[in-house]
Each structure stands twice: as structure tokens, then as C-alpha cells.
Design a protein around this ligand. Structure first.
Ligand code: 6GU
Length: 227
């Protein structure tokens, strides 16, 4: 699949793009591409944003700039891009990302539109297929959210995570029936009096499996009670 991220700050993705599962995805033929709105702006002085109509603080990313970037990259009318891929605006006003939505996105090519400042001109609604948030709080821009979406989606692709069992048994995965993952421990078996549960050192695989199922259930019950 292809994930194209439109942003004013492509350099913000350098660390993420260098992560081993992202490079592995690239080797498997998947692509994470970064597109800078500024490279395609039809305006002078590389302008990309403007003050809001009606007044108020901050700057709004211009719709003509977003449209020009989409048309330059895809070579189709900007409102036709969503006919061939999911076009996702990252915005705190969007539908909250969850495991099911990540799985759905993994079946399509994706175009992620990041806003900065006060976001993108509302008329971007004519260009997108989805508006997505990563949680009920406000970030300063869509970049961190775009990385969260890209990561949750890339992990769903076959072969991207080297040990497929670690994806199947992961928190929220269908195999855990939407439950949270059980706790994990590693050496040392005891540190400052804090001990690893005996059952994990017992070598009894059936007992370990039972314990993990119980712990997973308990973790899930506790978070659901909290929310
Ligand atoms: Cl997608 N964008 C911004 N700016 N803030 C957010 C968000 C997105 N999701 C949660 N907070």
C-alpha cells in the first residue's frame, strides 16, 4: 500500500520513517511518501496559510494550496483523489482512531492531510473521505496524529512485524476479543525485591496461558471501569 502524508513539516517524520518496521514495509513494496504543501503552492512567496475570515487568532491552511498539492501529486482533479484512495484529514474534530479503523485503512492506499496552526480551511470537506482524530485533546498540528495513524496501519500489513504472533496477541486485537494485552516481564527475575510472578518461571505452558488470559481480562475490566 501507499501512504502519502501532506504536511508543512516533512522533516518531522525523519525519525519515524527510519524505524525498522517502516523500512521493512518499504522492502515489502509499501511506500511512505512525504509531500510538502509548500512545494506545490500556487501563491507567491511560498504562502500556504492565511488569517481566518471573521477574525480571530492564528492562521488557517488555504484550500487552494491543499487542492494544488493533491493535483500536483495525483494528476487528477482534487475532488477525484478520494475516489481512488482514502483521503484523511487529521483533525481533533474527527472520528477517533481505533483498531478497527486502522484495519480498514490498511486495505486501501492512504492520503493523510496534516493541518497546522488553526487547521485547514473547512472546505477541505469536499476533498476528504474521512476526518480522523487520535484522541480527545488538541495537538499543535496533525503530524503526530499522522504518525500514529500510519503506524497503526503499517502494523496491520503482513510481514511488517517480524513475529506475526506479537500482532495477533496485541492489545485490542480481535484474538484478544478487544481486550488489553497481559503484562510482560524480562530478566532479572528479582530487582530490589520486586519479583516476576512465579507462574512465568514455572515452565508450565498451560498454566502460563491461563494466567495470561486472566490478567488480560483483569486489565480490560479495570480500564473499562475507569472510562
Ligand atoms: Cl488528528 N490533530 C490535532 N491537531 N489535534 C488532535 C488530533 C489531530 N487528534 C487529537 N488531537
Amino acid at each position: 500500500m501507499k501512504i502519502d502524508v501532506f504536511t508543512l513539516f516533512p522533516e518531522a517524520f525523519a525519525w519515524y520513517a527510519s524505524q525498522v518496521h517502516v523500512t521493512r514495509a518499504a522492502e515489502l513494496g509499501h511506500e511512505l511518501r512525504l509531500c510538502n504543501y509548500r512545494d506545490h503552492t500556487p501563491l507567491t512567496h511560498q504562502q500556504v496559510d492565511d488569517t481566518p475570515y471573521g477574525g480571530g487568532a492564528g492562521m488557517v491552511v488555504r484550500i487552494d494550496v491543499v487542492a494544488a498539492a493533491l493535483e500536483a501529486v495525483y494528476d487528477v482533479p482534487c475532488d477525484a483523489v478520494r475516489g481512488e484512495r482514502r483521503v484523511v484529514e487529521l483533525t481533533p474534530k474527527g472520528r477517533q482512531l481505533d483498531d478497527a479503523l486502522a484495519a480498514e485503512f490498511a486495505a486501501h492506499d492512504l492520503c493523510l492531510l496534516c493541518g497546522r496552526y488553526e487547521g485547514i480551511d473547512e472546505r477541505v470537506a469536499n476533498l476528504v473521505s474521512d476526518r480522523v482524530s487520535i484522541g480527545p485533546y488538541v495537538l499543535s498540528g496533525g503530524e503526530i496524529a499522522a504518525m500514529a495513524v500510519a503506524d497503526a496501519v503499517l502494523r496491520k500489513l503482513e510481514g511488517v512485524i517480524s513475529n506475526p504472533e506479537s500482532v495477533v496477541a496485541e492489545s485490542f486485537a480481535p484474538d484478544l476479543e478487544g481486550a488489553l494485552e497481559y503484562p510482560q516481564y524480562t530478566r532479572p527475575a528479582e530487582f530490589r525485591g520486586w519479583k516476576v510472578p512465579d507462574v512465568l518461571l514455572s515452565g508450565d505452558h498451560a498454566k502460563v496461558a491461563r494466567w495470561r488470559a486472566e490478567q488480560s481480562q483483569r486489565a480490560t475490566d479495570m480500564t473499562r471501569r475507569r472510562s
